[in-house]
Ligand binder design. Structure first.
Ligand SMILES: Cc1ncc(COP(=O)(O)O)c(C=O)c1O
Length: 629
């Protein structure tokens, strides 16, 4: 709970995790910096929000920054090109974006557009995703890679797409799937482009450890691989098998795991070619991580490598392995999703109110107060830094004793309220002493537990599902007032009525904290918080807990003059829309409500003049935003 007087971006570590895209201005605003125009003035995020509010777009809001997305696609492709040139690699790189990571049309369309110069393709893990991929004009050399469990219809569509010039690769996940492919190929009389998914035995670290190694649920072991190769040879389709695929799991923290896995994948590749398989493409899947904390270390929310290093390691590993085996270099494919889209979206919401776990003043103690109340109040008499832990211990003890007395009926509600107020004012004083001391340890941890609760206008389950499900950390920062030292610490609670709907782990410059430094809420303006790097997985995995729907979404582009262009606006779900997702017909709801109103008028419970107001209010709600307005 230290009061930090360092420059404020240093409290939140913005310059550490912000990748040069997000920074803090001298005015204390979070600003967005155009990676494509280094000299353009940064754009104030609160300024963007003010402008959007004037246009009628309110928070909670998902803001997509097109320039950031373009930058990531260029960065990955150029990093591979540089590595290929430096190593003297004799084939090209063909990235594919896994649609499952962000299936929103606005995102996929832009990825395809920005990816055109790099022959960037798409990865489809299901029939609907293949349908999306086939609705896009990709460059003639771009790939569509089909992973996941496939039925005959999926396979039929993939094979037919070849007639339109799509390079659609059906990655065989099992011998059974190979049989379906053989049948559909015979039925259509069109040759497929095939791949095989191999199961690597190397395990990687991080949250997705289970996706790699022997027990991973996808891919074929050596025995299955050989069976598939022999079967394809028998039916005269081995010449269609061009791509070998493997995927390590997402967010691989340690680059050496990437290198080890790539080496193992190369061993399979070399052996398959020796078996007579005419492989030309080596697909190493996803896994390129995002440094959410900016710590640059192999941890769950950080990575110990850069994009350039990742690309260089893959290119070098494959080049050496192929040279050793005397094989031609294959076209290198990766399926980076997170690293492509995570940075380009941010969730922005306003704080609705605060529950404070301290109080500025305490009532005077009188002769009628219980002696434990006097003991509690007397703690201020020895509240000095050297005895601060003792003060906290005593305050907690007396407060607990008083609560026990209240439960037994020995003190009344007013007495208990006075005791609570004294306790809360002591907490404020103790927090203030600890804030300016160098104290760390147990007391600091205990005080984290009495941080404020800032109630925020968003749903964790809809907008940040991985924070709830897998303890994902995203950088979270106040968007304004960063030229003023934050005077409070808070955890964030969302507006679902679920006690899990909270964020209580934060990335700060000096590590992970159980509370976020924040400012006392201003009386005359909204206080906004931003959650960064939410572009990967969050939108699709989000759910309708408490029927909070999609937030408003705005896509912008940063302009050279420090302004922004609004490229696209998508209004958040209305109540009527979320009702229909759970099979309620909004018209039926209105009709049922109207019937109840009319019955109440007939009963004489309400006046007929109230009818218009009641039905109007119901209708307005049903057409409105699901969030706090
Ligand atoms: C087969 C496959 N490819 C690519 C990805 C994307 O991985 P990432 O987002 O880590 O790049 C995944 C996701 O786990 C996947 O299952």
């Amino acid at each position: 709970m230290k009061q930090d007087h360092a420059p404020l971006e240093e409290i939140y570590g913005v310059n550490r995790w912000g990748k040069g895209l997000i920074s803090v201005s001298a005015d204390g605003d979070i600003v967005l910096c155009d990676p494509n125009r280094k000299n353009a003035p940064p754009v104030s995020l609160p300024g963007i929000l003010r402008d959007l509010e004037q246009r009628g777009v309110t928070t909670p809001l998902l803001l997509r920054v097109s320039s950031f997305l373009e930058n990531e696609i260029r960065h990955i492709n150029q990093s591979f090109s540089c590595a290929i040139e430096r190593v003297g690699y004799k084939a090209s790189y063909r990235g594919v974006f896994p649609i499952k990571v962000n299936q929103q049309a606005q995102v996929v369309d832009r990825i395809v557009e920005f990816g055109l110069p790099y022959d960037f393709g798409l990865e489809a893990g299901s029939k609907p995703e293949l349908v999306i991929a086939m609705a896009h004009r990709l460059s003639k050399d771009a790939l569509i890679v089909c992973n996941g469990v496939k039925d005959a219809e999926f396979i039929r569509l993939a094979i037919l797409s070849r007639r339109l010039g799509f390079n659609t690769v059906i990655v065989l996940e099992s011998p059974k799937e190979a049989e379906t492919v053989i049948e559909v190929t015979r039925e259509l009389g069109i040759e497929p482009l095939l791949g095989v998914r191999v199961k690597l035995t190397n395990q990687v670290g991080g949250k997705w450890q289970e996706s790699s190694g022997d027990r991973s649920t996808f891919g074929m072991n050596t025995d299955q691989l050989i069976k598939v190769v022999d079967r394809l040879r028998d039916v005269g389709l081995l010449h269609c098998l061009k791509l070998q695929h493997s995927h390590l799991g997402s967010q691989v923290p340690d680059v050496n795991d990437v290198r080890r896995a790539a080496s193992e994948a190369c061993r399979y590749f070399v052996e398959l070619v020796r078996e007579g398989v005419p492989l030309t493409h080596l697909d190493l899947g996803g896994g390129l991580g995002v440094d959410y904390t900016g710590e640059k270390r192999a941890g769950e929310n950080s990575i110990n490598y850069s994009v350039e290093e990742y690309c260089a390691n893959l290119v070098e590993t494959v080049a050496y392995a192929m040279d050793d085996a005397g094989l031609e270099h294959p076209v290198l494919v990766t399926e980076s999703g997170r690293a492509v889209v995570a940075t380009s979206s941010m969730l922005i919401f306003d704080v609705l109110e605060a529950t404070l776990y301290d109080a500025p003043d305490a009532p005077d103690v009188g002769p009628d107060d219980h002696h434990l109340v006097s003991d509690l109040a007397a703690i201020t008499g020895y509240l000095v830094p050297e005895r601060i832990q003792e003060c906290w211990n005593d305050a907690s003890f007396y407060r607990d004793e008083l609560r026990a007395l209240f439960r037994r009926g020995a003190i009344d509600l007013r007495q208990m309220a006075r005791a609570e107020r004294i306790y809360l004012s002591l907490t404020a004083k103790i927090k203030a002493v600890v804030a300016v001391s160098d104290m760390t340890g147990e007391l600091e941890e205990q005080l984290e537990k009495v941080a404020d609760v800032y109630h925020c206008n968003f749903s964790l389950f809809q907008s940040l599902p991985d924070v709830w499900a897998i303890d994902q950390l995203h950088p979270i920062v106040p968007l304004q007032m960063l030229n003023q030292t934050p005077d409070r610490r808070a955890i964030l609670s969302d507006i679902t009525c679920d006690s899990d709907g909270k964020v209580d782990k934060f990335i700060l410059a000096d590590g992970i904290s159980r509370s976020l430094p924040v400012h006392s809420l201003p009386e005359d303006s909204k206080y906004y918080l931003g959650v960064f790097f939410v572009g990967a997985y969050q939108e699709t995995l989000g759910d309708l807990h408490n029927l909070f729907g999609d937030t408003n979404v705005v896509t912008i582009d940063l302009r050279a003059d420090g302004g922004f262009d609004l490229l696209h606006e998508q209004e958040g779900d209305t109540i009527s829309q979320v009702l229909s997702y759970v099979e309620f017909d909004p018209a039926d709801c209105v009709a049922a409500f109207r019937k109840m109103v009319d019955e109440a008028i007939s009963d004489g419970t309400i006046k007929s003049s109230e009818r218009k107001t009641l039905i109007g209010a119901y209708r307005d709600s049903i057409n409105g935003y699901t969030y706090y307005e």
